[in-house]
Design a protein around this ligand. Structure first.
Ligand SMILES: Cc1cc2nc3c(=O)[nH]c(=O)nc-3n(C[C@H](O)[C@H](O)[C@H](O)COP(=O)(O)OP(=O)(O)OC[C@H]3O[C@@H](n4cnc5c(N)ncnc54)[C@H](O)[C@@H]3O)c2cc1C
Length: 428
């Protein structure tokens, strides 16, 4: 049996609230719903099932939040990658409108959930900036902002002067500010979700990898290292760590590493000069950089990095150099942590929900927006698992379509990320 993998060496691992006990499963179980994967998708679904009195059992190979959920940028971003008009064009007026309402509502949903369960995770809702440093991106962002404003959303388009005030740098020429965005401590949030799910009645087992999944009469049989689970329904929520439990599933996503580096707490004066309103920011462009100042005045800066596990800020030295270019006053500050994890990118950049067989539900591919989106998806998935109609789910339920040429990943991905071509190849 493989030894449990430690958490990546992140700032979060050093500062998160203590985990709730999630002992390995050591007895065979019969349950209504088994959930494979203990990130936000799996944990939020378990919580929403348990809230309705449905027995849910989460099987997590490592520990809750070990994957992207405990290691991400911590931005709660409203919306999907695509513009509202594009979503309606792709999915029609009815489903398109519901997808827009749902996805732009995910941050309020998440911050409300955090308040309702009093999850201690440093959550704030100070807005998200999607910022451009070139004219093409600025024009595209202005179009997005107009589409949002037309739909009555709390969105504004900011010009260069306003952005200088909001970011302390001259870099950006235009940005969209969505007041519903915010940030949180990702691992504390994942652990808080696990605690909330357990207190609502769900069972969560760490160090319990699902080794195989197969039909057994009218039910499903999941083998784990020490015990077997029989379930009426199964949710697969393994995202960027998707393995071969379900045929061809791993070929529907590209598991891409994203990296983050963090400073020691900055002086009040420096931290006030950088993002004084404590909005979070992500850049629009070929190579996406995202950052925020946390509640302890640390700058957390994320972006592309090596397509392998990293351990130190020096593995992503370019992010440090980039930060110093944006704010020269950072020269000489200590960078204390560098880490990464894997997220799932889909070919069309929409999150994917599949139902490849009776009783099997799959949700993956939040494409770098899963903090709020995966949380809110949990409520939708729970509704479907309880027997809600397909039409009640505000996301399309689609067939499993492997990405062509997938066998050439990750070499192709690495090259494409480095050259910026991934945007064209995958629509990033
Ligand atoms: C570095 C980084 C920065 C990011 N920044 C942001 C951000 O700022 N804002 C945002 O919205 N999104 C961000 N994201 C994306 C976001 O973190 C993800 O979309 C979200 O966490 C996905 O949650 P999940 O539950 O679907 O997957 P995960 O959290 O990855 O969970 C999947 C889990 O499945 C488990 N698993 C896999 N196989 C098995 C098995 N066979 N048996 C049992 N368990 C299994 C894994 O151990 C893992 O814990 C970022 C991602 C990364 C990597």
């Amino acid at each position: 049996m493989p030894a449990r993998l430690p958490l990546p060496p992140s700032l979060y691992a050093d500062t998160a609230v203590a985990p709730v006990a999630t002992p390995p499963l050591d007895m065979d179980k019969n349950v209504s719903v088994a959930i494979i994967g203990g990130g936000y998708t799996g944990l939020s679904t378990a919580l929403h099932l348990a809230e309705q009195g449905v027995e849910a059992l989460v099987l997590e190979a490592q520990e809750p939040g070990w994957g992207a959920s405990g290691n991400n940028g911590g931005h709660t971003n409203p919306g999907l990658k695509h513009d509202p008009d594009q979503i309606e064009a792709d999915f029609g007026a009815d489903l398109g409108r519901r997808m827009i309402e749902f996805s732009y509502g995910t941050t309020n949903f998440t911050h409300d959930l955090i308040r309702r369960y009093q999850i201690p995770c440093e959550a704030r809702q100070n807005g998200t900036l999607r910022a451009a440093y070139n004219a093409t991106s600025a024009a595209a962002i202005e179009t997005t902002a107009q589409q949002c404003i037309r739909r009555g959303m709390p969105v504004t388009y900011l010009n260069r002067e306003q952005l200088r005030e909001m970011t302390g740098t001259d870099r950006y020429i235009g940005a969209m500010l969505d007041a519903r965005g915010g940030d949180l401590h990702p691992l504390s949030y994942a652990r808080g979700l696990a605690r909330a799910a357990i207190s609502a009645g769900a069972k969560v087992h760490g160090e319990t990898q699902a080794l195989s999944l197969r039909r057994d009469g009218s039910r499903w049989r999941i083998e784990t290292p020490r015990a077997v689970v029989h379930a009426d329904k199964v949710l697969l929520a393994t995202n960027g760590f998707t393995d071969d439990l379900w045929p061809a599933l791993r070929r529907t996503i590209v598991p891409v590493f994203s990296s983050i580096t963090a400073t020691a707490p900055l002086s009040d004066a420096v931290a006030r000069a950088i993002m004084p309103t404590r909005s979070v920011l992500y850049e629009s462009g070929h190579i996406t950089v995202y950052y925020r100042i946390d509640q302890h005045n640390r700058l957390l800066m994320g972006g592309r990095g090596p397509m392998r596990w990293i351990k130190s800020p020096y593995d992503v030295a370019y992010l440090m150099r980039y930060a110093e270019r944006l704010w020269p006053q950072l020269k000489g500050v200590a960078w204390t942590h560098g880490w990464n994890s894997r997220l799932a990118i889909t070919g069309d950049h929409y999150p994917h929900v599949h139902e490849p067989a009776e009783g099997i539900l799959i949700s993956l591919g939040c494409n770098g927006r899963g903090v709020a989106l995966a949380t809110a998806m949990g409520a939708q998935l729970a509704r479907r698992l309880i027997g809600g109609a397909k039409a009640e789910i505000d996301m399309p339920i689609t067939g499993i379509k492997p990405i062509p040429m997938h066998a050439f990943w990750p070499v192709g991905v690495t090259t494409a990320v480095i050259t910026g071509r991934i945007r064209d190849r995958l629509g990033m």
